[in-house]
Design a protein around this ligand. Structure first.
Ligand SMILES: NC(=O)c1ccc[n+]([C@@H]2O[C@H](COP(=O)([O-])OP(=O)(O)OC[C@H]3O[C@@H](n4cnc5c(N)ncnc54)[C@H](O)[C@@H]3O)[C@@H](O)[C@H]2O)c1
Length: 243
């Protein structure tokens, strides 16, 4: 098993890509922590149903206290955190800058970017001490180019990429892998209302992605198979951004 006994926290794991990652990781032997607003118990039960190990922890990634509690609880129940998947995110529905109020801007930036800073800082000391660990940040193609989200979403995802690179420059030397995944359009609840407006012809293969495809990549980056991989910004989008 590729994540045997590894302890993995996955934020936003009660929907979309987070569910895919939680189930895939548990199938590969990880002890999974579903860190989510609500709906956590159902995913944890599903994992236990096939003999996997999982706990559900109610976490609002906008709350420092929730993040601290989640890491402490994980340590108590499963042991130190080996893997953090910063997956929780919100979409701004392509809102232009002039149509984005300051409180909306702060909301998107906080959940999509600041929470990654907070969660990473909560697990990094333990990873540094043990000389091992993997942090995978779910960015987006909206972090690579303009026009794949609104002003706040695009800025937040560019920030995730910058932060991933910066963290690598600071902590890769301690044996910690820090990478980012940039999915193209993946069929999840986040984008279900917009799928019909995103022309498949923009993707050379004329398809959207699946949560399973993203979870396979996340699994690789979380595992010990990802040799010599840190600070990588990995698109998974079938050529959406090549033109
Ligand atoms: N679906 C896509 O096409 C796509 C493309 C590129 C990047 N992404 C990114 O992938 C990640 C997962 O997206 P998804 O498509 O699976 O979306 P989703 O809406 O299905 O899942 C996102 C999860 O994040 C959780 N979340 C939101 N705010 C939270 C908070 N304050 N505290 C804790 N959890 C919170 C939600 O409850 C939800 O379960 C996001 O970061 C998103 O920006 C998605």
């Amino acid at each position: 098993m590729r994540l045997n006994n590894k302890v993995a926290i996955i934020t936003g794991a009660a929907s979309g890509m987070g569910i895919g990652e939680a189930i895939r990781f548990a199938e590969e032997g990880a002890k999974v922590v579903i860190a989510e607003l609500e709906g956590t118990q159902a995913i944890a039960e599903k994992i236990k149903g096939f003999g996997g190990e999982a706990i559900a922890v109610s976490v609002n990634v906008m709350k420092t206290e929730d993040i601290k509690n989640c890491v402490e609880l994980t340590d108590e129940i499963f042991g130190p955190v080996d893997v953090l998947i910063n997956n929780a995110g919100v979409f701004d529905q392509y809102a232009k800058s002039l149509d984005t109020a300051i409180d909306q801007w702060n909301f998107f930036l906080y959940i999509n970017l600041t929470s990654i800073f907070e969660f990473s800082n909560a697990v990094l000391p333990g990873m540094i001490e043990r000389g091992t660990g993997s942090i995978v940040n779910i960015a987006s193609i909206a972090g690579l180019v303009a026009g794949k989200g609104g002003a706040a979403y695009t800025t937040s995802k560019h920030g995730v990429i910058g932060y991933t690179k910066h963290l690598t420059s600071e902590y890769a030397r301690y044996g910690i892998k820090i990478n980012a995944i940039c999915p193209g359009t993946i069929e999840t609840p986040l984008v279900k209302d917009f799928l019909s407006n995103i022309p498949k012809v923009l993707v050379p293969t004329h398809t959207f992605g699946t949560t399973e495809q993203v979870s396979v990549l996340a699994l690789n980056l979380a595992s010990d198979e990802a040799h010599f991989m840190s600070g990588a910004i990995v698109p998974i989008e079938d050529g959406f951004t090549v033109q």
